[in-house]
Each structure stands twice: as C-alpha cells, then as structure tokens.
Ligand binder design. Structure first.
Ligand code: AMP
Ligand code: ZN
Length: 116
C-alpha cells in the first residue's frame, strides 16, 4: 500500500528506529512510547488487521519475532506485554497489522480501559 505509513517504514521510505528485521517482518520503536520500551512489529506485506484470511505464516512470523525483540530490548528476564489492537473497538489507529511489545516497568493487572 503506497501511502500506508507502516508499509513506508517497511520499504525504508519513512524513517524509524529499527530494532529487528528479517525477510517477513520489521520491528521499530513506537514514535509515541507508552512504556520505557515500546516497539512495534509489522509484517512487510500489508494486512489491515487480524482476520481469518491472514496467512498462518504471517501470524507465525509476527509472533516469532516477539522474543527476538524482547531480547534485543533487554526484556527477556523482566518480562513484557504483547498487544494487538484490532479494529475499531480496540482503537486500532494504524490500519496495518502490528504487534506492540511493551516493557521496562512493572505494569498493573488491568488490560483494558474503556471509554466513558
Ligand atoms: P494502534 O493504536 O494499535 O493502531 O497503534 C499505532 C501505533 O503506531 C501508536 O502507538 C503510534 O504511536 C504508532 N505510530 C504511528 N506512527 C508511527 C511512526 N511513524 N513510527 C512509529 N510509530 C508510529
Ligand atoms: Zn501497510
């Protein structure tokens, strides 16, 4: 997708702080981090979001990258949270499937915050 920002990052047309890359995915730091470590992993092929059409290979590639990113970011021992915001109710703001890896500070138990 020509004008998709995460496709642009994947192509190297938009600057990002890359953390990890292989043939299938690229990981880069979130531009507005919500934790001391906040890295995004995106497939190099554009998919809007998770769906039953998503190839298992893409799903596998995304999640296979998670421990690599965690290790590079020094989160292996301390732990981390993995989030995928999928669609409107989850407030997905960039319509290119991505996995958030968050860590570097102890988090609360709550996983969801609802709008008023
Ligand atoms: P989501 O709300 O799950 O769609 O998350 C989108 C994330 O992308 C947000 O955390 C944004 O801060 C992040 N983001 C948007 N533009 C960029 C960019 N150019 N580089 C890195 N992260 C970005
Ligand atoms: Zn895209």
């Amino acid at each position: 997708m020509e004008r998709c920002i995460f496709c642009m990052v994947a192509r190297g047309d938009l600057e990002a702080t890359k953390v990890y890359e292989n043939d299938d995915v690229v990981a880069f730091d979130d531009i507005a981090p919500q934790a001391p470590v906040h890295t995004l992993i995106v497939p190099k092929t554009h998919y809007d979001s998770m769906s039953s059409d998503l190839p298992l290979t893409t799903m596998a590639a995304l999640f296979e990258a998670v421990p690599h990113v965690a290790k590079i970011k020094g989160l292996e021992k301390s732990g981390y949270r993995v989030i995928v915001n999928n669609g409107m109710d989850a407030n997905q703001t960039v319509q290119h499937l991505h996995v958030h890896v968050l860590g570097g500070k102890r988090m609360s138990h709550g996983m969801v915050n609802f709008e008023e």
